[in-house]
Design a protein around this ligand. Structure first.
Ligand SMILES: [Fe+2]
Length: 254
């Protein structure tokens, strides 16, 4: 009797074991299926992310192209400045990286730099190209170009910050600029950077009436206007920017 019970127990134990094994196998298969499914999801997600990133890059590229086309349309009227806007934007981004990396990473900053003089489309040739000093009325009209540019750009929703840069690109640190006579840190940081590189480009570019100055000469002149025309902190940041980087931009290599 004892032996019969033992055989029965053994049979039922091995049956239970088989069942447990079968259950375990089923769980394992289920887990493997789930893992494969998760891997598929992850891979789909990666593909979607890659495609989205490519689309965003494409969109940004077409924005830059459009902004450049608009910029070129303005500059085509002024034979002397040539690629001024593209150079200023390159100088500006290099300097902005020193001043605040977040500023340089904002694509609207580059757009604002490129579009700064877009308002000049509304300035008559006779004033824009006048070799002599502008008369009072002509000066008033010329000085409206930041406001006109702002009016052009502000209606494009995605360029709202760029429009602010356009509006304030002729403000001065000491409050004697235009159109709003903003002073100090009330001037958007991007415009404080812009003011320095706009002057850097003006001083180092050849003009019909004078050759462009050296970088060292431009640096000294800008240093002399720290605290009046320019934000001293931005001028200090310019000192940290190496000649080779500025020279590459000047030669049109960037
Ligand atoms: Fe301007």
């Amino acid at each position: 009797m004892k032996a019969t019970i033992a055989v029965g127990d053994k049979d039922s134990a091995s049956h239970e074991l088989r069942q447990l094994r079968a259950q375990l196998d089923a769980h394992r298969r289920e887990a493997q299926d789930k893992e494969r499914q998760l891997e598929r999801y992850a891979s789909d997600l990666r593909e979607t992310f890659k495609a989205e990133r490519a689309r965003a890059e494409e969109l940004r590229g077409s924005y830059v192209d459009t902004v450049r086309a608009l910029t070129n349309a303005v500059e085509a009227r002024d034979a002397y400045t040539g690629a001024h806007a593209a150079r200023v934007a390159a100088y500006g981004l290099a300097l902005a990286r020193r001043v605040d990396p977040n500023l340089a990473a904002n694509p609207q900053v580059e757009f604002g730099f490129l579009l700064h003089d877009v308002g000049k489309v509304a300035i008559p040739d006779g004033i824009l190209h006048k070799a002599d000093r502008l008369g009072d009325e002509e000066r008033v009209l010329m000085d409206r170009h930041p406001i006109i540019g702002y009016e052009i750009v502000r209606n494009i929703e995605s360029l709202a910050e760029a429009a602010q840069i356009v509006l304030h690109h002729h403000e001065r640190w000491d409050g004697s600029g235009y159109p709003d006579r903003l002073a100090g840190e009330a001037i958007p940081l991007a415009d404080r950077v812009f003011a320095v590189v706009d002057t850097l480009d003006a001083i180092t570019t050849d003009r019909p009436y004078r050759p462009g100055s050296s970088l060292a000469g431009a640096r000294a002149e800008i240093r002399g206007m720290a605290g009046t025309q320019f934000d001293p902190a931005v001028v200090n940041a310019l000192d940290e920017l190496g000649d080779s980087e500025l020279e590459r931009i000047r030669q049109g290599e960037v």
